[in-house]
Design a protein around this ligand. Structure first.
Ligand code: PLP
Length: 347
């Protein structure tokens, strides 16, 4: 009922180099207590927080294709970048370790005035345990992809064969991981007899949304996807997702033109900026933890879920509709935001 993937798209997906990291399929299940609490549509969750690589998250699926491509090209060293608390950087070091590749990571100090935990705990702690060859920091405001190129040159001069992965693993090769996820969601929904009326998730570097939308459109399922932006204003986020979705569409050799209108974002829940906590995010993290025992994260899925909760409360979705929230992971980041969730006791 959600329409299957055409054979040519499946064959095209199978033609790319890929290594496996994901414990797939990740569960897709109803959130009964949360749905009852909100009193609106039936809300389901796709557990991409449980992909299984070094505490999981959405970057794992992208890395299957990115590391596959790096190995095919004979790379010896992975170079990538992200914010200080990047989930992508953590998963990239783990993925590279699985194939004996070294990594150099650049952490951009994108969030200013954060507490000590932000610089030392959460993902930063795990990056250190996973053991990148080098963890370098950069001040905010640089062109981080230019920084990647410079580091790539330096490694090349030292006799390495560097493979550069952009922030969030968001290029067309990485987005293929979310074309696969779209296929997985359709198969799970069909097996369960579930009609999906809307998919909602947090969108940042755009690979997740571009891959999902390209996948659902290539499958003619036309399941609408709403990305809740954690950084850019709506117009810019939609333009960025569209650009990558078109590139992903072309890489897949999907027929016809990518339908631009299929890309929809909402930037009403960013608050003070990337990585800056909002009250709605804190409430959303508490709500899902206390109704369903599921942990969201402060930077992405918490804001994405805050958006979903607010839209449900505003009546954007009807009772009887089925909404799927894609949990993209990141709960490791909670440990970097201890002061937001557990202020020091007064005694
Ligand atoms: C990276 C990330 C996102 C955003 O995904 P993009 O593909 O970058 O848009 C959402 N949630 C978490 C937890 C992430 O780490």
């Amino acid at each position: 009922m959600n329409r299957g993937f055409p054979k040519d798209i499946l064959m095209s997906l199978a033609s790319f180099a890929r290594v496996r990291f994901t414990q797939a399929p990740t569960p897709l299940h109803l959130l009964p207590r949360l749905s009852a609490e909100l009193g609106g549509p039936d809300i389901y969750i796709k557990r991409d927080d449980n992909t299984g690589l070094a505490l999981g998250g959405n970057k794992t699926r992208k890395l299957e294709f990115l590391i596959g491509d790096a190995l095919q090209k004979g790379a010896t060293h992975i170079v990538t970048q992200g914010a200080t608390q990047s989930n992508h950087v953590r998963q990239t070091i783990a993925a590279a370790n699985r194939h004996g590749l070294r990594t150099t990571v650049l952490l951009e100090e994108r969030v200013s005035g954060a507490h000590e935990d932000y610089y030392r705990n959460g993902n930063v702690l795990l990056d250190q345990i996973l053991g990148a060859a080098a963890i370098e920091t950069r001040p905010a405001g640089l062109d981080m992809n230019a920084e990647l190129l410079t580091v790539g040159e330096r490694l090349r001069a030292a006799g390495e064969l560097p493979y550069l992965i952009p922030g969030g693993g968001s290029n067309a090769i990485g987005a293929l991981g979310y074309v696969v996820a779209a296929h997985e969601i359709i198969e799970q929904a069909d097996a369960a007899g579930l009609r999906i009326d809307q998919v909602v998730h947090a969108t940042g570097s755009t690979g997740t949304q571009a891959g999902l939308v390209a996948g659902f459109e290539a499958a003619n399922s036309h399941i609408p996807v709403l990305g809740i932006s954690v950084r850019a204003p709506r117009d810019r986020q939609e333009a960025n997702v569209r650009k990558l979705a078109r590139e992903t569409w072309a890489l897949l050799h999907a027929r016809g033109e990518f339908p631009d209108d299929a890309v929809q974002a909402n930037a009403d829940y960013v608050g003070g900026g990337y990585g800056v906590p909002t009250e709605a995010m804190v409430d959303a993290v508490h709500l899902l933890a206390r109704t369903e025992g599921i942990l969201l994260d402060p930077v992405y899925s918490g804001k994405g879920f805050a958006g979903l909760v607010d839209l449900v409360r505003k009546g954007r979705f009807r009772k009887g509709q089925n909404i799927v929230f894609v949990h993209t992971g990141g709960a490791v980041g909670l440990f970097a935001y201890r002061d937001t969730f557990a202020p020091a006791p007064a005694f």
